[in-house]
Ligand binder design. Sequence first.
Ligand code: SAH
Ligand code: SF4
Ligand code: F3S
Length: 462
Amino acid sequence: MGSALYLIHTLGCQMNERDSEIMAGQLEHMGYAPAAAEEEADLIIINTCAVRGSAEDHALGHIGRLKQLKAKRPRMTLAVAGCMAQEPKTIAWLKRHAPHVDLVFGTHNLHQLPRLLDEAEQHQEMLVEVWKSAGDIMAEHVPSRRKPGVRAQVNIIYGCDKFCTYCIVPFTRGRERSRQLDDVLAEVQALAGEGYEDVTFLGQNVNSYGHDLLPRVDLADLLTQAERIAGIRWIHYMTPHPRDFSQKLLEVIGISDKVSRQLHLPVQAGSNPILRRMNRKYTREEYLDLIGRARSAIEEVTFTTDIIVGFPGESEEDFALTLDLVREVRFDSAFTFLYSPREGTPAARWEGRDPVSDPVKKDRLNRLMALQYQISWEANQLLLGTTPVVLVEGPSKKEPRIWAGRTQQGKVVLVERESEADLTDRFVPVKITSAKTFYLAGRVAGAPFPASSRSVHTIAVR
Ligand code: SAH
Ligand code: SF4
Ligand code: F3S
């Protein structure tokens, strides 16, 4: 008999992606191998996201559909993990509507997956083991199976203490806990040794990193030290909060060759009364001041953002201020969301009193997207004729004769395939010949950097 097969479906953000890698690592350590399809899997894990109703519906729909497969293959184990598992209402729903689920575990105990699977096997009924908090546990040295390639994600801080009034994350991920600087740097060093060249530091609030450590360190210190690690070419981090973006951090990014000069600064709204009720802890003016300081400290800086439309009580005037801010900052791109009430959050209680109606919400979202698309298109035109380095991720999904990749600043670039050489995971200079709203396109304009560059890469020590 071959090894047991597993499949993990991941919804939500990079934190969930990383968690899925840690689940996969533990499973492979136990002897599991990846399954190619649900029908052959002995274990299916749905790693859920609770940030908006649409993400929850997606997960519940999928879990519901697996009932049939489970009936056909009763020995298959079905597990539900991730942020939704942290919510009592999900557990109640699963017990009622999805008794075919075997195991539910949360965001704080995924490093105990082998034991949980073992216990689920002994259990007749659904086994639910969800911890309210991580307690004192900082799980280090848990095996993980990263995606192959040169890009890797590294957790630096777990949880969120910001409690924006619309957001479920502080409830599903618990309080902020930073990993030790040395542990993070050792992980990056090991990744460089394995050939990874592009790292992304992860946290809900990366610029709170280190406030709970002794000696105290911050994200700027981490970036400065990570940059000295030979073999790492590009460094990203997500997501920073506009409130804690220090001058020191701006300066470190400004002098770095490795750290991306794209700042993702979720603004959420452009009106002060809304920002206050969202508990974002900055005003429109403070946000714009940060944008200005970033422009002076970082040459060629670009900005992207997240915006919520239709927060309870958002008037047409409030919304006009959001449009106005978008015009003023000229973000390269924006993730725009319809406000989705999350049970248990303060804003969900106000929703009943002062909701924005669905048609108004949708109309505002359309107007915001139309404006942002225009600005994105214009911003991309400025890159025509330039020759940025592109990290090729692989053949485009739609068109195998085209390579798809990204610049250090996160722009998607499609590259014409002009030779048989495989450019996957290579850093290639590309001359931009066409610029659309969502991507750039161009032609290879020089030799790819050596695949194994460790020996020739200079170490920037500052
Ligand atoms: N920690 C990150 C964001 C995490 S969630 C930050 O603060 O920037 C990603 C995005 O989802 C948020 O920036 C916000 O724009 C959106 N979001 C969060 N809760 C939401 C809700 N209840 N309804 C709609 N969008 C939401
Ligand atoms: Fe949610 Fe706000 Fe924390 Fe981001 S900072 S995860 S939006 S509570
Ligand atoms: Fe979703 Fe949890 Fe991330 S709610 S956005 S998967 S932290």
